[in-house]
Ligand binder design. Structure first.
Ligand SMILES: Nc1ncnc2c1ncn2[C@@H]1O[C@H](COP(=O)(O)OP(=O)(O)OP(=O)(O)O)[C@@H](O)[C@H]1O
Length: 361
């Protein structure tokens, strides 16, 4: 492999690392954990820098220097500190182009995993993505992305002069720069149970939405608490929502539960934009034979009830669980993430555009 690859913002990261292995160490120093991010084959240095909120020039300079000296140069702290908002934008809340809650009629259908897969697919499509883990009492998003470090706090940059700044949460950033806020990242104990209830829960979710230093995002995905109890409804009622994705699985009860969920959502006048049937079937790796483990699919009926297209039917996939359990969901090598992202992007593009600035109702 040639070692004379050009190092410019438009250089593809995977080609760079293949040609110049030390580049991976340099990029890691800047917080671009390219080995495990799953995006590097699609992304250039410039796009990677932008996704992580960094300036590209110091990265290119450090890479050039590393090639010349064979060593990772010293990197200035300010060059590896993400710029969460462009200067001059501090006076308004971050904008979310699309706020998309992911909902399930009942628990355990793979809603969190599906949310993670949407995020990975959208990132690979070049989108800036965040996940608000609103499943406060059963948060599983950080684990999918291998995140454990408690969220940091920074003073609100929008504080008027002379006033005491409020501390705001700094979202955790995954290897591929997906921003994540979750109750699991409020303590350093992953197994600490949150015992907040009802109104406190919805207050916490609002704080996650309003009082975190999100970057400007193309998609904020919200992993809702399961079911149709108070908690998910409060989220849907109190946040400006652009489109809801419903996750279901094949089971006799599904149509009834989904009808209830769809009715509630429609009563709130919120749009369901798509349906995903998870754990639809299992394909035996040795024989290729397909099994309907949970019974026949109800996906089309569910989509009809929801009045939304069926985005995908996802099989039961032990490899996916292994990656998810290891916190390496971003390394998934399966076209399903691209299918999910394309379907969601198509559905959102077909919807009338809401006002740019999201207001809390
Ligand atoms: N397609 C799949 N193939 C195999 N296992 C899966 C699949 N989807 C989800 N799982 C597994 O099922 C379990 C439940 O998934 P997940 O936590 O995403 O569900 P959930 O609907 O968010 O749960 P809850 O209702 O508790 O929030 C996890 O262990 C997950 O890894």
């Amino acid at each position: 492999m040639s070692t004379t690859i050009e190092i410019v913002p438009a250089t593809n990261i995977r080609e760079l690392v293949a040609s110049l292995p030390i580049a991976e160490e340099v990029l890691t120093e800047f917080g671009l954990h390219c080995a495990g991010c799953g995006v590097n084959k699609y992304e250039t240095i410039g796009q990677g820098a932008a996704a992580h909120g960094l300036r590209v020039e110091p990265i290119v300079a450090a890479l050039v220097q590393a090639r010349l000296s064979g060593r990772v140069p010293t990197i200035m702290n300010e060059d590896r500190t993400p710029q969460r908002r462009a200067p001059g934008e501090f006076n308004r809340r971050a904008r979310f182009r699309y706020v998309v809650p992911v909902m399930s009629g009942k628990g355990g259908v793979g809603k969190s995993l599906t949310t993670g897969l949407f995020a990975v697919g959208l990132r690979r499509a070049g989108m800036k993505v965040g996940i608000l883990d609103a499943d406060i009492t059963g948060p599983s998003i950080p684990r999918l992305f291998g995140l454990r470090t408690p969220l940091g706090l920074e003073p609100d940059p929008a504080t008027p002069a002379g006033q005491q700044p409020k501390p705001l949460m700094v979202p955790a950033t995954s290897r591929s720069a997906i921003e994540i806020v979750s109750s699991n990242l409020l303590t350093d104990q992953e197994d600490t149970a949150m015992i907040w209830r009802g109104p406190i829960l919805s207050g916490v979710i609002r704080q996650f939405y309003e009082q975190a230093l999100w970057s400007d995002l193309d998609y904020l995905l919200i992993d809702l608490p399961p079911g149709t109890s108070d908690a998910p409804l409060t989220v849907l009622q109190s946040l400006a929502v652009d489109g809801i994705v419903l996750v279901t699985m094949p089971q006799r009860l599904a149509t009834m539960i989904v009808r209830k969920a769809a009715n509630l959502v429609h009563q709130l006048k919120k749009p369901i934009v798509g349906v995903v049937e998870n754990m639809s079937y299992f394909v035996a790796p040795d024989t290729g034979k397909r099994y309907d483990v949970f019974g026949p699919s109800y996906a089309d009926q569910v989509a009809d009830l929801a009045g939304a297209p069926l985005f995908a039917r996802m099989p039961i996939d032990p490899n996916l669980v292994a990656l998810a359990d290891a916190g390496r969901i971003e390394e998934i090598d399966d076209p399903i993430v691209d299918v999910l992202a394309q379907q969601l992007q198509r559905a959102m593009a077909a919807r009338p555009k809401q006002a740019e600035t999201i207001s809390i109702i």
